[in-house]
Design a protein around this ligand. Structure first.
Ligand SMILES: O=P(O)(O)OC[C@H]1O[C@H](OP(=O)(O)OP(=O)(O)O)[C@H](O)[C@@H]1O
Ligand SMILES: O=c1cc[nH]c(=O)[nH]1
Ligand SMILES: [Mg+2]
Length: 212
């Protein structure tokens, strides 16, 4: 199954807090990074290990380390920045590939305005981060451009996913696994996830918010 809804109690609790309309910008940001770290833990649980010999306090011993595979984290700007540090807290050596995509508010079409990818993408696992998977247009466009640049191993971390967006990713990129804190009910007529979080970019950046 390429969709993984991680129903861990810590994630359920933190996501419940994020759904509160009165949560401050500060706390919304903190929860987004913390859930991102917990999703990273899940999304990395099958990364390959290789043996290594080290000098320990009692002499030489065999340990394990992550095998050759390198990681790039791919935040979809803007809102994806709100999950970046959470991923990097667990994979501090990862390179960051920034992709700027904004959804046209009328047509809901994804429009790409920035593409700053790191090198050696054919050897890297790409972990795309974006709080919201709504129609899936932004995610599909990001996976398209990563694969075009040579990336063969892509996973997506989203806080909330709509069934419509999951179907779009499955249809266009069935090899891509999605890790989410919640599969929500549906999209409303404006393309917002219900119950969702509202506009995640605005809530993370403090724009157009009542308490800004
Ligand atoms: O699945 P989709 O229908 O494409 O919608 C999801 C996208 O919409 C939001 O970004 P937005 O376009 O609002 O940009 P922002 O991050 O700059 O606020 C969100 O962060 C996703 O990137
Ligand atoms: O519910 C949604 C859908 C798209 N973008 C958001 O920020 N929220
Ligand atoms: Mg937005």
């Amino acid at each position: 199954m390429p969709i993984h809804e991680i129903r861990h109690p810590l994630i359920r609790h933190k996501l419940g807090l994020m759904r509160r309309a009165d949560l401050s910008t500060k706390n919304f940001r903190e929860m987004a990074q913390e859930i991102a770290a917990l999703l990273t833990y899940e999304a990395s649980k099958d990364l390959p290990l290789e043996p290594a010999t080290i000098e320990g306090w009692s002499g030489s011993l065999n340990v394990e380390k992550l095998a050759g595979k390198k990681v790039t984290v791919v935040p979809i700007l803007r809102a994806g920045i709100g999950m970046l540090d959470g991923v990097l807290s667990l994979i501090p050596g990862a390179k960051v590939s920034a992709v700027g995509i904004a959804r046209n508010e009328e047509t809901l079409q994804a429009q790409t305005y920035l593409e700053r990818l790191v090198g050696q993408l054919d050897q890297r696992l790409a972990l795309i981060v974006d709080p919201m998977l709504a129609t899936g247009g932004s995610m599909v466009a990001t996976i398209d451009l990563l694969k075009k640049a040579g990336c063969r191993n892509v996973r997506a971390l989203v806080l909330v996913a709509a069934p419509e967006g999951i179907r779009a990713v499955e249809e266009h990129h069935p090899d891509v696994h999605i890790y989410t804190a919640s599969i929500d009910s549906h999209l409303n007529e404006d393309g917002y996830i219900i119950p969702g979080l509202g506009d995640a970019g605005d809530r993370i950046f403090g724009t157009r918010q009542k308490d800004a």
